[in-house]
Design a protein around this ligand. Structure first.
Ligand SMILES: Cc1ncc(COP(=O)(O)O)c(C=O)c1O
Length: 490
């Protein structure tokens, strides 16, 4: 690099295109592999040749189109409506169904869809000074975020430690006169289990409360799995009382990131989701979603992906995924000391360790060292620590390699033994209050744990420390640690 180019994002003299791309590729080399079926979180890879190129080309066609004004860019409106229609049809809505009037919007992701579902429910009840939502603890953390952003109180419902589902009676008991929304997951992200949606929707309806089904993760797989013969409980608009459903196209519809769909049973239910403002001198503003300016890129890419894969493509990918799930679950069952936390019923494999000599966080690191990237989940509310695998179609050709790799990693993790943090550090984690954390203490902790010193390949010590901390301290440590990473480069 010349001096004038520097390494910053804004060099004095512009850098030639080819070199800029080389630089990005060099940076990307440190990333986890987004393709190839060895990363079991964050990415959704169908392993379909040519699909990336199609999505990229479609994205480029519409990247500069602005969803701010659907009348100015009818192309985007047409694609958005087509995508929403496809999602609605897949999820039990549309002409000829019991939910013929389903409407929806494309959002930037699952979190935005959930925030908007909560906003619509809250704003439909302006009479309530202190609105509340009922969410099983297995519900996605984005509901807590929505509650926080929107100043809605969160009433968590415990899940059974064996079934990992909430008891319907507990959901019913949590509903109060101020409740504006009851949530069910299909399935939960952490464990991949489908909540008893029909029963939950029934108690919500009986109380006159909306019921949102978070199918962000599973909405684009469960219908195909059902068509393939897997037993899938009712979870969509065919269930009376379900008022809204979210489904992320950037997950199992295999579209590039930035696309989720939020559906409502009818336009009346959706209306309070919108924000319109005419009390200023600028353009007339109406936003169906949180963003105002919206790139057409992700919507066009999702539209192209859906049209190219088609129903037959998704069925084929779902069959591959189903078989991969079964293979990975068998690999887990074959290892002494490991136990499936839940029998897989969707596209998640989640396991725990019953053997105190086998530290799951060390196992995750050993798998990482062997090129298999899994996701550790901390012990919480009586549920043990676990390892989460999001399984996509691209995993299918890798399944045979996973079993031996897992067995080898388990041997290595047993040999390494559990993480031994200094007892005083563990005691500190157990007793500190978030308020007592000082910048020096945080910097010392981060340095002691080796955070920020290189690729995050050895995270067992960090996870052990976090697990030793009460929930509020966990949150604060996470904020502080990530704050240390998010520093401008000059
Ligand atoms: C069930 C569920 N809901 C919501 C979300 C949040 O989605 P996003 O990360 O796209 O905001 C996820 C993400 O994994 C999820 O699995």
């Amino acid at each position: 690099m010349t001096d004038t180019a520097g390494t910053g994002a804004l060099p004095v003299e512009g850098v030639p295109a080819a070199r800029v791309l080389d630089e990005i590729r060099a940076l990307r080399a440190a990333d986890r592999p987004t393709h190839g079926g060895r990363l079991f979180a964050y990415v959704y890879d169908p392993g379909v040749a040519g699909l990336d190129e199609l999505a990229q080309a479609a994205h480029a066609e519409s990247a500069h189109v602005n969803g701010l004004d659907p009348t100015a860019f009818p192309s985007l409106l047409a694609m958005e409506n087509a995508v929403v229609g496809a999602a609605a049809r897949l999820l039990g809505g549309g002409p000829g169904t019991s939910a013929p009037d389903v409407v929806g919007s494309v959002t930037s992701g699952g979190t935005e869809s959930l925030i908007l579902a909560v906003k619509a429910a809250r704003d439909a009840r302006p009479d309530l000074a202190e609105p509340r939502i009922v969410v099983p603890v297995s519900g996605h953390a984005a509901f807590a975020k929505a509650a926080h952003y929107l100043r809605v109180a969160l009433d968590p419902v415990p899940v059974d430690p064996v079934t990992l589902r909430p008891a319907v009676a507990d959901v019913a008991a949590a509903i109060r006169p101020e409740t504006v929304l009851v949530v069910a997951s299909a399935p939960s992200y952490a464990h991949g289990v489908v909540d008893p949606v029909a029963e939950i929707a029934a108690v919500a309806a009986a109380a006159g409360v909306r019921c949102h089904v978070d199918a962000c993760f599973g909405g684009w797989t469960l219908p195909w799995l059902r068509r393939l013969g897997t037993s899938v409980p009712p979870f969509d608009f065919a269930v009376p009382g379900v008022t809204s459903i979210s489904v992320d196209l950037h997950k199992y519809a295999y579209a590039p990131k930035g696309v989720s769909v939020l559906l409502h049973r009818d336009a009346g239910l959706r209306a309070p989701q919108f924000f319109a403002y005419a009390d200023w001198p600028g353009y007339t503003m109406v936003n169906p979603v949180i963003a105002s300016t919206r790139s057409g890129g992700p919507i066009a890419a999702a539209y192209a992906t859906l049209r190219h894969l088609g129903e037959d493509g998704y069925l084929r990918l779902a069959a591959l995924t189903r078989d991969a799930v079964a293979g990975l679950a068998d690999a887990v069952r074959a290892v002494d000391g490991l136990r499936l936390l839940a029998e897989p019923e969707s596209t998640v494999v989640c396991f725990t360790a019953d053997d105190p000599g086998l530290d799951l966080f060390v196992l995750v690191d050993e798998l990482t060292a062997r090129g298999w990237h899994t996701q550790p989940q901390l012990a919480y509310a009586g549920l043990p620590a676990s390892v989460h695998l999001t399984v996509t179609a691209a995993v299918a050709p890798r399944v045979a390699e996973f079993g031996p790799a897992l067995a080898e990693a388990v041997v290595a993790a047993r040999a390494a033994g559990p993480v031994q943090l200094p007892p005083e550090l563990l005691a500190l984690a157990g007793s500190l209050t978030p308020e007592a954390l000082t910048p020096d203490l945080i910097a010392g902790l981060a340095a002691g744990l080796g955070l920020g010193a290189g690729p995050a390949d050895r995270m067992a010590a960090v996870n052990t420390l976090l697990e030793a901390a009460p929930v509020r301290l966990r949150e604060r440590l996470l904020v502080e640690f990530v704050g240390l990473l998010q520093r401008p480069t000059w």
